[in-house]
Design a protein around this ligand. Structure first.
Ligand code: 5GP
Length: 344
């Protein structure tokens, strides 16, 4: 299965840039920072709470406090996904301003987009979502939307949507509803972290937007303490769920993988997309996430193929790009059938 998952062409739709930074890149960034005695370790099995994960993001942000580092991290992350046979990648990141280094939210986004363009020769299609961190307040939310609109005009092929993320125990997602409604009117797609922790008050209203995809959705369904209305709405809208096994295990939002929400939605034949979330912080890769899904939920090679290929339907790119990907996947399919001597 390991070889199969590595060879499988994959679609990654939920990857936070700073959470995806590898240890190799961290070392490069540390070497550039004088007087830094920070210690980083993203070793597998180092579980913690979601709060502890957020502490890691804070440390990484200290290293990516300038446009050069943001550019470097984005390039490295794209190369690493490419090397893992990811053929389509949607990156998301929170534009950050750092006064000391002169980085503005705008120059942050410019660096990300420049990195994406400079990786244009690689056999991987990359798109970008601007993220709103719910800890930063609505004013910054509006600012992020304005940036998204601006870059949508100048880089319409690359900027495809917006994300809502950040510590789910802080603030109220409903405060951002007007921002997301306007984003929708501008033609930006919405991938929102919802119900990562039980959040009955905010969830129903956020679902009315409706989002184009949901990140995690751990506590949406009744079995996990959600409610029937959430479950019905998500099923009726067929809103794809971005599911990140290792992340949820390490962040301890699920007690074990057997009880991961993947099982519930997958058995209902609901759109599910396997993603890494933060491949650096959680020390994982797309190939490993597919392997984990296979071993936990007893999925066969054909099931994995279908999961990967169907993910194309849930991307935020233009229809002609989806078509191109589907054509590419047809070619990969015959190659994989030959390589593994199976009918996919
Ligand atoms: P960045 O946006 O700086 O590129 O990536 C790191 C940020 O992504 C974190 O500070 C956090 O706001 C968000 N993030 C990464 N992983 C998660 C997650 O599992 N849940 C939530 N809610 N936010 C996350």
């Amino acid at each position: 299965m390991e070889e199969f998952c590595k060879s499988l062409p994959k679609v990654e739709l939920h990857a936070h840039i700073n959470g995806s930074v590898s240890e190799a890149t961290i070392q490069k960034l540390l070497a550039k920072k004088k007087n830094s005695d920070q210690q980083f370790s993203f070793k597998k099995g180092s579980t913690g709470t979601l709060k502890e994960c957020f502490e890691k993001f804070r440390l990484i942000h200290q290293l990516t406090d300038n446009t050069e580092s943001v550019y470097q991290v984005t390039c490295d992350v794209i190369h690493e996904f490419h090397d893992d046979n990811v053929k389509y990648l949607e990156l998301r990141s929170t534009p950050r301003a750092v006064q000391d280094t002169g980085m503005s939210r705008e120059s942050y986004v410019e660096s990300v987009l420049r990195a994406i363009q400079d990786c244009g020769d690689l056999d991987i299609i990359v798109r970008f979502l601007l993220a709103i961190d719910r800890r930063n307040g609505v004013k910054v939310g509006w600012e992020t939307l304005r940036l998204a609109q601006k870059f949508q005009k100048s880089h319409g092929d690359l900027v495809v949507g917006m994300d809502l993320s950040g510590d789910p125990s802080v603030g109220d997602a409903r405060d951002y509803l007007p921002v997301f409604r306007e984003a929708q009117k501008s033609g930006l797609k919405l991938a929102l972290h919802l119900c990562e922790i039980p959040a009955p008050e905010e969830t129903m209203e956020m679902l009315t937007l409706p989002p184009d995809r949901i990140g995690h959705g751990t506590f949406l369904h009744t079995e996990a303490g959600g409610n029937q209305q959430f479950e019905n709405t998500v099923l009726k809208n067929r809103t794809p769920l971005e599911l990140c096994l290792t992340s949820n295990l390490i962040g301890q939002t699920v007690p074990n993988l057997d009880n991961h929400q993947f099982k519930f939605w997958y058995e209902k034949e609901h759109p599910c997309v396997i993603c890494t979330d933060d491949k650096g912080v959680f020390s994982t890769s797309m190939s490993e996430e597919y392997q984990l899904a296979a071993s936990t939920f007893d999925l066969k090679q054909r099931d994995l193929w279908n999961l990967s290929e169907q993910s194309i339907n849930y991307t935020f790119c233009e229809e002609n790009v989806k078509e191109k990907l589907r054509d590419q996947f047809k070619v990969y399919k015959s190659k994989m059938e030959e390589q593994f001597n199976i009918k996919l």
